[in-house]
Design a protein around this ligand. Structure first.
Ligand SMILES: [Zn+2]
Length: 97
């Protein structure tokens, strides 16, 4: 699953896959050239791939549950709300460092 992000310098939106090893400027904003994850540039590409793969795997896992005749409905809204809260908590914790 493609994940979008916003550059903190120029505020433009781009796909995380646009900063991968095959891009013109790996690890840099495709619009303003800002260098991302300055202290983690060697692991950034792997982390981006992991995040996109995990998002795809997550959707596929839920789809697998939904495709079974389980006799229950997955609470998708509740699940997405909980995920949003946990991701936002992580974001706040990372910015507080
Ligand atoms: Zn930028």
């Amino acid at each position: 699953m493609k994940i979008e992000a916003n550059c903190q310098r120029c505020a433009r939106t781009f796909l995380l896959s646009q900063i991968g090893p095959e891009s013109d400027a790996p690890g840099r904003c495709p619009f303003c050239g800002a260098r991302f994850a300055r202290h983690y540039s060697t692991v950034l590409v792997d982390a981006v791939e992991d995040a996109e793969d995990s998002a795809t795997r997550f959707v596929n896992t839920i789809a697998r549950l939904q495709s079974m005749e389980t006799g229950f409905d997955v609470d998708v809204e509740g699940l997405l709300k909980a995920i949003t809260e946990q991701v936002r908590d992580q974001e706040r914790a990372a910015r507080a460092v």
